[in-house]
Design a protein around this ligand. Sequence first.
Ligand code: SF4
Ligand code: FES
Length: 233
Amino acid sequence: MQVTLRIRRYNPETDSRPHDETYLVEAEPTDRVLDLLNVVKGYQDGTLAYRRSCGHGVCGSDAMRVNGVNRLACKVLVKELGDRITVEPLLGLKVIKDLIVDMGPFFEHYRAVMPYLVNDEPEPPRERLQTPEQRARFDDTTKCILCAACTTSCPSFWASGEYVGPAAIVQAHRFIFDSRDRAATERLDVLNARMGVWRCHDIFNCTSACPRDIQITKAIAEVKMAITTGKID
Ligand code: SF4
Ligand code: FES
């Protein structure tokens, strides 16, 4: 089949503003949008810029807006979209070139929630044990690949890039509810600040956008509850 692929282009060295360019690409229905971008870059216009690495939904580097919805280009198939496909960069982050956005602010929010295990107690002889039930408590939020599809689909983040955003809250959740961790209070203080969890208004865009099917709005609600009750269980 022939696909009409419209791509939002922007070269800061030559363009005063972004514009769309259209490419005709021969494709199989089972091709992924990433395959189409690779055809354009390889055979039609080598100046096209986009991020990708694993090609299999693991690294999280190729999140972009596909037909108006945040997707991983390597996970969405042509047959799900039809023969007219529009590709744009993520919203809410500065465009560096074409489909590449500045992920700096996104990772600043990530670092703010201390996304690592904190425990200064003496090390046990072998390992810090936890029960299967304790491990299951935060299993869903361990699946995050930091693609930013959630944060950049959130109207609260579009309104203010200072909002910590759903991805950082997911990462905080993963450690707050880990029975081995001891820094929940510090993380909850960060998330109880003006640009923390209370900027979430349960819009659910993040949950719809997540390529890992993480129940993000539920995780955010659990963090809100922990702040309100002071209980982590
Ligand atoms: Fe991507 Fe989902 Fe992680 Fe958000 S929670 S960064 S959408 S994997
Ligand atoms: Fe790694 Fe798509 S290229 S997630």
